[in-house]
Design a protein around this ligand. Structure first.
Ligand SMILES: Cc1ncc(COP(=O)(O)O)c(C=O)c1O
Length: 407
């Protein structure tokens, strides 16, 4: 038998293909272990993880403090449901509220659930506080948004792959071009209860809005008595070099929507955080989740908040991000057409004449770098914030080699 015949990857891939619905198109890599910024596949090959679970692994794989918090909680109690209060709940909610500089937190599990929560809260706030006539509430969203996959959320997606064939669609959403304040001003009216935006559009290709846009959205929402909901699920919790991406423009939204890294890469943890006048509109029985805010989630989430409270990860992201962007900038004209992003987050447009984003990711994977394509020729780089400068230099060398081989 040749060594190729002994590889476990092909059979593992075939099995996954045989038994699962096709909602993703994964790279042909079967991961078995992870540690920090690195993972190992079933055949012992090592990869630098430059996707970090779409920012769910900001603290890397199995961060010792997060694993310790999870282990300790596993030995005590894991689930109570929200029918009872447990001893991890208040600490998590207080810690996260303080991190957000706001009053209240409502924990959920996945990002989409947190977005759904924000939509419900905004609508109720619109009816009960703003005085919008019953059933008329609208929420303004941006073109090319990505907020999740539920039927309501895909109702306001502009991506045909995400939306087509899943109607009938939930009404009450108005779409405007991202980054265009005039279009936003024209769309906001007396029925608008919220503007829901990603401060940087991740899935769209790490699109950073024009300078002044987020501050302009904040002003407009203040003038028109409308909530500004920032979906920081991918951009938040240190990814861009700040705790939240809105901070780059000194903006405080009315509601933060958080997820991904909040669960420390261990459990799904999401949340909305807002002032009492906003989140306080929910009354018992109006919203819930069996697993939302469970003891294990709260124990891990509390440790995540403590890690962020040190500022260390934000500083690493800013400094290493500058290094990454300098390296990527040097590849513009060498097979890279454009680079965008902030902190340790980059959208890299590969020259479509050379290869697709998918091909670039496959070739990077062969060289030991895991990244993910989006929209044709763009690849996203979002390594864990524990990555080292040496790791980044090595990843940049691999990207340069992939481009060189294609030219
Ligand atoms: C900005 C943003 N919002 C919401 C979501 C949905 O999160 P989840 O997949 O946990 O439902 C994502 C996921 O990529 C996201 O990037």
């Amino acid at each position: 038998m040749t060594s190729v015949d002994m590889l476990r990857t092909p059979a593992a891939l075939a099995d996954a293909e045989r038994w699962t619905a096709h909602n993703y198109h994964p790279l042909p890599v079967v991961i078995a272990d992870g540690d920090g910024a690195w993972v190992t596949d079933v055949d012992g090959r090592r990869y630098l993880d430059c996707l970090a679970g779409y920012s769910a692994l900001n603290f890397g794989h199995r961060h010792p403090r997060l694993i310790e918090a999870a282990h300790a909680q596993l030995d005590r109690i894991t689930l109570t449901s929200r029918a009872f209060v447990h001893d991890q709940f208040a600490d998590f909610c207080r810690g996260l509220a303080e991190l957000c500089g706001t009053d209240l937190v409502l924990p959920m599990n996945t990002g989409a659930e947190a977005v759904e929560t924000a939509i419900k809260v905004a609508r109720k706030w619109g009816y009960r506080v703003k005085g919008v006539p019953d059933g008329r509430a609208t929420i303004v969203v941006a073109e090319n948004n990505f907020h999740g996959r539920t039927t309501t959320i895909v109702s306001f997606s502009t991506d045909p792959d995400a939306r087509d064939d899943f109607g009938p669609y939930t009404p009450g959403f108005v779409t405007v071009p991202y980054g265009d304040l005039d279009a936003l001003a024209a769309a906001v009216d007396d029925t608008t209860v919220a503007v829901l935006l990603e401060p940087i559009q991740g899935e769209a290709g790490v699109l950073v809005p024009p300078a002044g846009y987020l501050a302009g959205v904040r002003r407009l929402c203040d003038e028109r008595n409308t909530l500004f909901i920032a979906d920081e699920i991918q951009s938040g919790l240190g990814r861009t070099g700040r705790t939240f991406a809105v901070e780059h423009e000194g903006v405080v939204p009315d509601m933060y929507v958080l997820g991904k890294a909040l669960g420390g890469g261990i459990v799904p943890v999401s949340a909305v955080a807002a002032r009492r006048e906003v989140l306080g509109v929910l009354k018992p029985g109006e919203h819930g989740s069996t697993f939302g805010g469970n003891p294990l989630a709260c124990a891990v989430g509390t440790e995540v908040v403590k890690l962020l409270a040190t500022g260390e990860f934000q500083r690493r992201s800013a400094a290493l991000g500058a290094h990454l962007h300098a390296g990527l900038g040097a590849l513009v004209g060498q097979g890279v057409v454009a680079v965008r992003g902030r902190g340790l987050w980059a959208g890299v447009d590969i020259d479509p004449a050379l290869m697709t984003g998918r091909q670039a990711c496959e070739r990077l994977a062969e060289r030991g770098v895991l990244a993910k394509d989006t929209h044709g020729s763009t690849i996203r780089l979002a390594p864990p914030l524990v990555v080292t400068e040496g790791d980044l230099d090595w990843a940049l060398e691999q990207l340069a080699a992939v481009l060189r081989e294609a030219r």
